[in-house]
Structures are given as structure tokens and as C-alpha cells.
Design a protein around this ligand. Structure first.
Ligand code: TA6
Length: 299
């Protein structure tokens, strides 16, 4: 059964064993399992806190939450009634169609259109489509934003808030050197808004990290002693690297020590806004590829 519609979630089953589970709530991917390149055993590649709410009562702490139409605290007048990171991650999407189902992979399309609840807080017309594609060692997630207005430009931000299941204290992310970024861990508003330049050839998250990189290369290597992942992005011109470390204990839905089990590498368009012309379509794509699985030398 390559695709199971379980009402509140969709399960994609690849013929060779990998799987993906997508909650209709927020179109949040809450599991991606693929075989270890070393021994073929299925491994969970995403982190979801054991204290995450999976009942639709609040955004999922983990997996791949979809951020739209604003990133972080709303700034624009048209977003002032929205929660942090917008509404896409806490609205229930519809399972629209099967896009692909063959030996190469499985792909489904979910859609979100204005409901009365959304229109009460967000007046712009829009249609979102989210295409999730599972291959043997790769997961692709494409966010399509349609401006369904015939006369108004749609300004928005978008981001895929991906929680990669890797050891936070041993992972490094490259190549971000030379990029301008904001450091949201700075204690003052001025500090948070001060643009810095990344000087490290590879970035670690051994301390509280919340960096918003601008005009990033769209190709990121995530490496640790047990493996390597590659993240490629198109349309998402920026990237956020986040791990709260001990600050994570302040998050009610973060399991004890959960911050040790992931790094968020989040392709997005979050520095400035996409200005989408009437009847236009914008696509942001993330492709995560497992490149290497090994046991650490210490084992
Ligand atoms: O993407 C990083 C970030 O903006 C952090 O500042 C932190 O707030 C994180 O998102 C989680 O946000 P959430 O609303 O899911 O608790």
C-alpha cells in the first residue's frame, strides 16, 4: 500500500522500505524513515519531541513545520492578527492527489485555501500546494504559493522549519562562510538587528544558535561522526540555523534534553518578502539527501 490515507495523516510507503508520515494538520511531516547506507536498517531522519502535540492543538515541535506567510513575530500590518510563523503550520490542509507512485518513488499533493477561520485573521487571497516526494534516500518538499488575486500583489515570507535528527553537539553545517546573517541570540534588539558576516567554514550549534543567513548558496552539508546529509534549496534564498541548547528547556513541548537530538536547518525566504504578482505562482523547494551513514569511530 504505497499511500495510506488515514484521515488525519497520509503515510507514503516506498517500495524499498522508506516511509514518510504527513499530518494534515499544518501539512507537517512528522516522520521520514530511510535505510542506513551502512547496514540497510530503517533510520528516523527527523526529530519530533516526545512532548509534541500531534492532535492539532498547537504546532508540532519537530518534523518539518511549514511557515507562511510570515517568519517569526509578524511585522507587516496585514499579518498583525497572525501567530508567530504565520498560520500554515496550524491549519488543517486537504489531501489533494497522488502525484507519483512507482518504483522510483511516491509523491502526494496537499492544498490549503482560505477558510472562514483563516480569512478572519488574513485577508489576502491565496492558494498553497505542498508536494511531498519520497525516493529511496531522498525527501523533497515543494511549497507552491499561488496569488489568486487578479489585481493585488501578495507579499509573504515562507520557510520549511526542518528538524534534522542529528547529535547537536557533534554536527557541523557548511558552507555558510562569507554570508551576512542576523544573530537572534543577541540580548539586545539592536544586537539582534546587527548584521554580521559568517567567518567559520563550518558552523556548529554547541551553544544556543539562532542565525538567519541571507542570500545563502542553496546547498548545505550537514555532517557528524555518523553520517552526512545534503540539503538543497531553490526559491528559498535564505537559511536559518537554530538550536536552543539549554534554552530549549523553556519550551513546554520540548522533551527533556531534546535539544541535544537535532539541528534545525531551515531553507526560507525570510530576509525581506516575496512580492508575487497577481495570478502568479512562486515555488520554494527543499531536497534532503542521505549521503553517508557510518558508525562513529568511537563505537
Ligand atoms: O527558526 C528559528 C526560530 O525562529 C527560533 O527563533 C525559535 O523561535 C524557533 O523558530 C521555534 O519557534 P516556535 O514558534 O516553533 O517555538
Amino acid at each position: 500500500m504505497p499511500i495510506q490515507d488515514l484521515n488525519d495523516k497520509i503515510v507514503l510507503q516506498h517500495p524499498q522500505g522508506p516511509s514518510v508520515t504527513v499530518l494534515l494538520y499544518g501539512a507537517t511531516i512528522i516522520s521520514w524513515k530511510s535505510q542506513s547506507l551502512e547496514n540497510g536498517e530503517l533510520k528516523e531522519r527527523l526529530f519530533v519531541s516526545s512532548k509534541a502535540f500531534l492532535d492539532g492543538s498547537k504546532p508540532v515541535r519537530g518534523g518539518i513545520p511549514v511557515v507562511f506567510p510570515c517568519f517569526g513575530a509578524p511585522e507587516r500590518p496585514e499579518h498583525k492578527k497572525l501567530a508567530q510563523h504565520g498560520f500554515a503550520r496550524n491549519e488543517t490542509w486537504k489531501f489533494d492527489s497522488v502525484v507519483m507512485d512507482n518504483e522510483a518513488g511516491v509523491s502526494v499533493r496537499l492544498v490549503l485555501e482560505p477558510t472562514a477561520k483563516i480569512s478572519a485573521v488574513y485577508e489576502q487571497p491565496f492558494k498553497l500546494a505542498y508536494v511531498v516526494t519520497l525516493a529511496s534516500h531522498q525527501l523533497s518538499t515543494d511549497l507552491h504559493v499561488h496569488n489568486t488575486s487578479s489585481d493585488k500583489v501578495l507579499d509573504f515570507q515562507a520557510l520549511l522549519h526542518t528538524y534534522l535528527a542529528v547529535p547537536a553537539d557533534r554536527v557541523s553545517i557548511s558552507s555558510l562562510d562569507g554570508l551576512a546573517y542576523y544573530d537572534k541570540t543577541e540580548s539586545t534588539e539592536e544586537g539582534r538587528k546587527t548584521s554580521k558576516t559568517e567567518e567559520r567554514t563550518s558552523v556548529d550549534v554547541q551553544k544556543f544558535t539562532d542565525s538567519v543567513y541571507e542570500n545563502a548558496p542553496g546547498k548545505y552539508q550537514i555532517t557528524w561522526d555518523d553520517g552526512t546529509l545534503e540539503v538543497r534549496a531553490k526559491g528559498f534564498k535564505d537559511v536559518v540555523v537554530w538550536n536552543p541548547q539549554q534554552e530549549g528547556s523553556k519550551l513546554a513541548d520540548m522533551e527533556e534534553g531534546g535539544w541535544k537530538k537535532y539541528v534545525c536547518v531551515e531553507p526560507g525566504f525570510v530576509r525581506g518578502y516575496v512580492q508575487l504578482e497577481p495570478n502568479g505562482e512562486w515555488i520554494g523547494q527543499q531536497v534532503i539527501t542521505i549521503q553517508n551513514d557510518t558508525h562513529s569511530s568511537s563505537e
